[in-house]
Design a protein around this ligand. Structure first.
Ligand code: ADP
Length: 265
């Protein structure tokens, strides 16, 4: 199922989590980033079109200006993301350049999806970039997003983007193979759930506790992202972006993941 869906999807939104592109010590892992970019390049060479939603500005910011590591003040956090966003884009630019691909950046807020005119403008820009073969990297505009107007996590932003673009598939690259019946980081016997057709049923079944330090989502935002895109008939795959060549391996059935394709709407 997963292999076939990736194979036939022409328009794919790929969300890259902060944990995916960083090590346990919170440093950016360029090897993983580079491998993800290579896989995206392969998909593009197959004729697929890709939009990226990427987290990691905070981590990249800390790498650039380490002395702010412990600043809890919201102004500092937002300033850190402003610095890190440049680092993040610089990394993507360098990696895609090797494949002759130009990258663009779009920083969005919740308002961009709730105001009709703004949404239309984003759509037009996005469609133009995609048509011209540019890979757009989307992130939340953290330096203007205060709590009240925040989307809050990039799983949701990726789902909104997939719906806006009318994508064929949303892939969330995280640091776990998929959804388990309980947090696999705390329970060795946690079992992977490979196919989800009923999200309400899933939520009753699993233990979804446990969240990361710098990832803002946790498993719950991933499940609600699935609900959002499934409502539009778009399937979502949650998989482990830390594993080299994961998209290729899902296609060759060497690796497993979770696919959400709820038909209850
Ligand atoms: P990302 O940085 O990719 O957005 P997060 O750290 O926000 O990822 O969320 C994924 C984490 O959610 C996993 O690493 C895992 O520790 C945790 N988690 C909690 N419950 C579950 C569950 N039932 N199945 C899978 N992961 C879970």
């Amino acid at each position: 199922m997963i292999s076939d869906i990736i194979g036939k999807s022409k328009k794919i939104v790929i969300k890259i989590g902060s944990h995916t592109i960083s090590d346990d010590n919170g440093k950016v892992n360029f090897e993983i980033m580079s491998n993800i970019v290579e896989q995206i390049n392969d998909l593009i060479n197959e004729g697929k079109r890709i939009i990226i939603v990427s987290s990691g500005a905070g981590i990249c910011g800390i790498a650039a200006i380490n002395k702010w590591n412990r600043k809890e003040d919201i102004n500092y956090k937002q300033a850190l993301c402003a610095i890190g966003q440049v680092e993040l884009m610089n990394a993507y630019k360098g990696l895609f350049e090797k494949h002759g691909i130009i990258v663009a950046q779009m920083l969005l807020t919740r308002e961009d999806f709730s105001d009709h005119i703004r949404t239309l403008n984003i759509r037009n820009t996005l469609f133009t970039l995609v048509d011209e073969g540019v890979v757009t990297v989307i992130n939340e505009n953290d330096s203007v997003s205060v709590e009240e107007i925040k989307i809050g996590d990039n799983d949701t932003l990726a789902a909104l983007t997939a719906n806006l673009w009318n994508a064929d598939l949303l892939i969330l690259l995280s640091d776990i193979d998929g959804v388990y019946d309980k947090n696999p980081k705390d329970h060795h016997n946690a079992e992977l759930i490979e196919e989800v057709y009923d999200i309400d049923g899933l939520l009753e079944e699993i233990d979804a506790r446990g969240k990361s330090n710098f990832g803002t989502g946790g498993i719950i935002t991933k499940i609600s992202a699935a609900r959002k895109v499934n409502e539009y008939g778009i399937p979502m795959i949650l998989t482990n972006g830390k594993k080299a060549n994961i998209i290729k391996k899902l296609r060759s059935r060497e690796e497993k993941a979770t696919i959400f394709f709820s038909t209850q709407f």
